[in-house]
Design a protein around this ligand. Structure first.
Ligand code: SF4
Length: 69
């Protein structure tokens, strides 16, 4: 199982909670907008991804579980 992470930069307000929660997965560009560093991660990182998505005040981070092929 793999997690596919997406971040909606149109609604990101640059709060940075995602970066604090999961610095290996997210970064911010110059003006604060989120950058997804790793958009495919193993399912064992679900707790981290879930926390980042939960903490995001603008609900910009979403993820789906996909079966690895
Ligand atoms: S926590 Fe949400 S609003 Fe803040 S930088 Fe990350 S994606 Fe953007």
């Amino acid at each position: 199982m793999t997690l596919h992470i997406t971040a909606n930069t149109a609604v990101c307000i640059g709060a940075g909670q995602c970066v604090m929660a999961a610095p290996d997965l997210f970064d911010q560009e110059e003006h604060g907008t989120v950058i997804v560093l790793e958009d495919e991660v193993p399912a064992d990182e679900l707790a981290l991804v879930r926390e980042a998505a939960y903490l995001c005040p603008s609900r910009a981070i979403t993820y789906t579980e996909t079966s690895a092929t």
